[in-house]
Design a protein around this ligand. Structure first.
Ligand SMILES: Cc1ncc(COP(=O)(O)O)c(C=O)c1O
Length: 451
């Protein structure tokens, strides 16, 4: 096998991106109140804000879009969507939703009540918010290695199984309506969960008759990490690994904007007939009829093909290698990142990158701003602006959209990060001038310190 890993596609349709000068970017940044979230996308050269819904669809997906059956009830597109999802996930009921958080709202709305407790390896922010919205408590139980940014471990996304047993023993089985496992662990640096850990969590759940649900957004990347890193699985296909993983659970939530390879969509799966009925009743109230759930027939077609394409080995080899390519090229030059590189993103450790900026002056916001000023790259702060003083780390996430950028784009990103690394001592912190009462990072306004 040749060593060079290439993009396993050729480009049929192109979307121009716009160059700007540093002077222009300084003006644009000022007009965006010094928050890169508020920049118009047209003024960004390489957009690494998120991998959610930003991927490129394949020719097969676009062809399937034309087959979309837009009937209100019982469309052929729903049958194709359900068959494809069941082929991989194996659950009895498949309920479409407009995106992942809608599946979460319905799941927790039906399964949880006030003072319940929901353990997860690490809740994503919308997952946590939807658990808390119904009055339950969201508890993160990452394994110890998952809490150390620089520690190298093959499965830093694992759940701490001892802590799970201890929690169930302490609060009582009746207060734990379900356990969740997020694959890969997005808030924990895009790190994978091993099959051994899935089996161990499932065993604890079955002993206590607690259903196990997956937050399955990046199930294909997780399956490929298992193939690469877990003994005994090297000869299996990613699809076989995914099928085995899901067989240890009772259902899942899914945002098809990630490993569904679609621009919009999601679903909720369960093996429980009674729950499925309650979930569909709630779906009709808030999302739509159970054969479309807030999506167009054409979206269902794109997802039916996308979940299968996400498991193709050529694609996954390129996906994981190209993310690692970015991480390795900058960390070799001393740039501090969360190790090892995850599946969908590289996370810069801003506290180590800019130790001279006090935490109250948002080092990760300052670093994200400098990446934009230096080279028109947009990223996102995951730190004190997002979580307040409770933030345990200050990270800049560079999320890679699926099948969108080529190696030369990534080489450019490496060059810009290394330029910023060279001039790191001259970067200044920022202060807040406006904050919304919740989720302040989306709309915050700031200004450079001392200006
Ligand atoms: C792990 C995880 N769960 C849930 C979600 C929510 O999905 P959506 O954005 O489609 O609502 C996301 C989105 O980024 C995610 O990464």
């Amino acid at each position: 096998m040749p060593r060079t890993i290439i993009e396993p596609f050729r480009i049929k349709s192109v979307e121009p991106i716009r160059w700007t000068t540093r002077q222009e970017r300084e003006k644009l940044w000022r007009a965006a109140h010094y928050n890169v979230f508020l920049l118009p996308a047209a003024d960004v050269l390489i957009d690494l804000l998120t991998d959610s819904g930003t991927g490129a669809m394949s020719t097969h997906q676009w062809a399937a879009v034309m087959e979309g059956d837009e009937s209100y009830a019982g469309s052929k597109s729903f049958d194709r969507f359900r068959a494809s999802v069941q082929d991989i996930f194996g659950y009895r009921h498949v309920i479409p939703t407009h995106q992942g958080r809608a599946a979460e709202r319905i799941l927790f709305g039906v399964m949880c009540k006030k003072s319940d407790v929901v353990p997860n390896n690490t809740h994503f922010d919308t997952t946590r918010a939807n658990v808390e919205f119904v009055g339950a408590e969201a508890i993160d139980l990452p394994c110890p290695e998952g809490k150390q940014p620089s520690a190298k471990h093959p499965f830093k996304g694992n759940m701490d199984v001892v802590a799970l047993k201890e929690l169930i023993g302490r609060v009582g089985r009746e207060r734990v309506p379900l356990v969740m496992l997020t694959v890969t662990n997005n808030s924990g640096g895009g790190q994978p969960v091993s099959l051994e850990n899935v089996r161990a969590v499932s065993t604890v759940c079955r002993e206590h008759k607690i259903p196990l649900y997956f937050d399955a957004c990046r199930f294909a990347e997780n399956s490929y990490f298992i193939k690469l890193r877990e003994k005994g699985h090297e000869d299996k296909t990613p699809k076989q690994i995914a099928q085995e993983m899901f067989s240890y659970g009772d259902g899942c939530t899914m945002s098809a904007k990630k490993d569904g390879m679609a621009n919009i969509g999601g679903f909720l799966c369960t093996n429980d007939d009674l729950l499925a009925q309650q979930e569909k009743d709630l779906l009709i109230l808030t999302e739509g009829y159970p054969t479309y759930g807030g999506l167009a027939g054409r979206d269902l077609e794109a997802i039916a093909i996308g979940v299968q394409e996400a498991l193709e080995e050529d694609y996954l080899r390129y996906r994981i290698a190209s993310t690692a390519y970015l991480g390795n090229h900058i960390s070799e030059q001393g740039v501090p990142i969360v190790q090892p590189p995850g599946g969908h993103a590289i996370y810069l450790d801003a506290r180590a990158f800019l130790p001279h900026i006090p935490l109250e002056q948002f080092p990760a916001v300052a670093l994200a701003a400098e990446l934009y000023l230096e080279g028109g790259i947009r990223s996102v702060e995951i730190g004190r602006l997002m979580f307040g003083p409770a933030a345990k780390m200050d990270l800049v996430r560079l999320a890679i959209p699926r099948r969108v950028y080529t190696q030369s784009h990534i080489d450019y990103v490496v060059e810009i990060i290394l330029e910023v690394w060279k001039k790191r001592n001259s970067i200044r912190g920022l202060k807040l001038t406006y904050e919304a009462p919740f989720l302040r990072h989306f709309t915050a306004r700031l200004e450079p310190y001392g200006s």
